[in-house]
Design a protein around this ligand. Structure first.
Ligand SMILES: O=C(O)c1ccccc1NCC(=O)[C@H](O)[C@H](O)COP(=O)(O)O
Length: 213
């Protein structure tokens, strides 16, 4: 299958994983700045890793309800191309972050059932992209990166007002089906290319991208 689907590999922590993502053909790499995550990086660690990202591959910083102090640190140290806001940020906060840091913002929206779909429209005209992810299973779970899918039929045939990316429980085995069903122009994966939480498997990264080609 020939495909132009753009891929984001999220939660990278080593130069080897960054190289594997770039060599496989990923368009984006994601750095997680959420201390409770097994994939968390400090701004200094992300700065060191960003040197290994080839030009043409966008560096995305993932944050969860971050305050300006953390964002200021990251902005000072890490040459990011996009911010991914993965908490309960409001449209007003998204607009504020976008203006303050001068970077495109991708807002993550968690979907569990049809009632959640209206949230997708709340960020039109505010965010640059929407990341459509599975809603976290419980209040204490990580806000994302749980390897869980939602019912893709909920967004099949949807008309989108913003560029968007599909996430949540994607793997080398199911990503082609997910794209066929939803028409996703872009996909994002973390757990599905790991051998353990926070440990990327280089062959799974390649298999994931190859599954779309
Ligand atoms: O990855 C994390 O640990 C994480 C922590 C807090 C918020 C979001 C997080 N990850 C989100 C992602 O990696 C992706 O954007 C996406 O949700 C895919 O996750 P997965 O289902 O693991 O492929």
């Amino acid at each position: 299958m020939q495909s132009t689907v753009r891929v984001k590999i999220c939660g990278l922590r080593t130069p080897e994983a960054v190289a594997a993502a770039a060599e496989a053909g990923a368009s984006y790499v994601g750095f997680v700045f959420f201390p409770r995550s097994p994939r968390a990086l400090t701004p200094d660690e992300a700065r060191a890793l960003s040197v290994d990202v080839p030009s043409g591959v966008a560096k995305v910083g993932l944050l969860v309800d971050a305050d300006d102090a953390l964002l200021d640190d990251i902005d000072r140290l890490v040459p990011l191309d996009m911010l991914q806001l993965h908490g309960s940020e409001t449209p007003e906060r998204v607009a504020e972050v976008r203006t303050r840091y001068g970077l495109p913002v991708m807002k993550a929206i968690g979907i569990a059932d049809a009632a959640d779909l209206s949230l997708l429209d709340d960020f039109a005209g505010v965010a640059d992209q929407i990341l459509v992810d599975a809603k976290p299973p419980t209040a204490g779970a990580l806000p994302g990166g749980n390897g869980l899918s939602f019912d893709w039929r909920l967004i099949a045939n949807r008309r989108w007002s913003l560029p968007w990316m599909l996430a949540g429980g994607l793997t080398p085995s199911n990503v082609a089906e997910a794209v066929a069903l939803t028409g996703a122009p872009q996909v994002d994966v973390s757990s599905g290319v790991e051998s353990a939480p926070g440990v990327k498997d280089l062959s799974l990264i390649k298999a994931f991208v190859d599954a779309l080609r």
